[in-house]
Design a protein around this ligand. Structure first.
Ligand SMILES: [Fe+2]
Length: 308
């Protein structure tokens, strides 16, 4: 005869074994694997400081070979693909073509360091149908944002984004604002405009409703809040925090990389491909239901991003 205590013990251990089994089964199941790169920033120029521009195509090629060997479902390059010359795209084209799956781009500030009349051709030249977009894969919504939208470099006057950026800067650089960062923020920083913020909000609400989770990607970091982050980082911190389905924001721009966790949400800034003559920086990400494993190569550290 089975006593109640024996029944509970047996049932409990059966359930525990079942849960362990399920976890083990998920671990055995191949995770969704994707590549992460940022700041290739190629141009045909002599090195400046630790920026070895002519080494970038080689390093990009190496990263892409690793992505192919790892059989990634797709990869992201998170902005600053080129620097200073529209012809720089031509050098990277044959290397990018070696990527055997889809290579997604986010727009970066240096991608617009081209002749004035060519600025509006940049997204199409990167093969982008839209400047910001999302797609679903494996129960996860990948939301790629355009942090260059409201800026003094991605468009020219009288474009309304340029004019709105001027107004925004007056606010940022007003007394009490982060004046010590003003110069760098004016030249290199920016943010998604209000219409795009509403779009991000809708994307996150839809993700929540579908019972899925979201990873957001873009060029400029949100945190840590410093000269290299996008304009008005608190706005985006609040937005990501508000939606439990949002798990991480992955960016580039700061070539030294960074990692900040805030209330269980992860801010990962990738180390850039550009700095260092020899050493590369890129990562393969593995997506599980409870975490994102970042497996770094070269200067890129590895991280285990446990979902809240
Ligand atoms: Fe940048």
């Amino acid at each position: 005869m089975t006593t109640r205590r024996q029944f509970l013990t047996t049932t409990g251990s059966t359930l525990a074994a079942g849960a362990l089994h399920a976890a083990a089964a998920e671990e055995k199941q191949a995770p969704l694997r994707f590549g992460l790169m940022a700041d290739c920033q190629y141009m045909d120029a002599e090195p400046r400081g630790n920026k070895f521009y002519r080494e970038s195509p080689r390093k990009l090629g190496e990263a892409i070979e690793t992505m192919n060997r790892s059989r990634v479902e797709f990869s992201f390059h998170l902005g600053d693909w080129i620097d200073r010359d529209f012809a720089s795209f031509d050098v990277l084209d044959p290397i990018a073509a070696r990527h055997e799956s889809k290579l997604y781009h986010a727009l970066g500030n240096h991608d617009f360091s081209v002749a004035r009349e060519l600025k509006e051709k940049v997204p199409a030249r990167l093969g982008m149908e839209k400047n910001y977009y999302s797609f679903n894969h494996g129960g996860c919504r990948f939301i790629v944002i355009d942090t260059t939208e409201l800026s003094l470099y991605s468009s020219l006057p009288p474009n309304k984004m340029f004019l709105a950026a001027k107004v925004e800067l007056e606010m940022i650089t007003a007394p009490g604002g982060p004046a010590e960062h003003a110069d760098q923020r004016i030249r290199y920083s920016s943010r998604p405009a209000d219409g795009q913020i509403a779009w991000i909000e809708n994307e996150l609400a839809a993700t929540e409703k579908a019972g899925e989770f979201a990873i957001i990607l873009g060029h400029h970091p949100v945190l840590p809040d410093n000269a290299l982050s996008l304009w008005r980082p608190a706005l985006f911190e609040t937005l990501f925090q508000k939606h439990q389905c949002a798990k991480a924001y992955i960016s580039g721009h700061n070539h030294s990389g960074a990692y900040v966790e805030s209330n269980g949400f992860h801010y990962l800034t990738l180390d850039g491909i550009l700095p260092s003559e020899l050493e590369n920086a890129y990562a393969i990400a593995e997506l599980y239901s409870d975490r994102l494993e970042i497996k770094g190569t070269g200067r890129q550290p590895s991280h285990s991003l446990i979902f809240r």
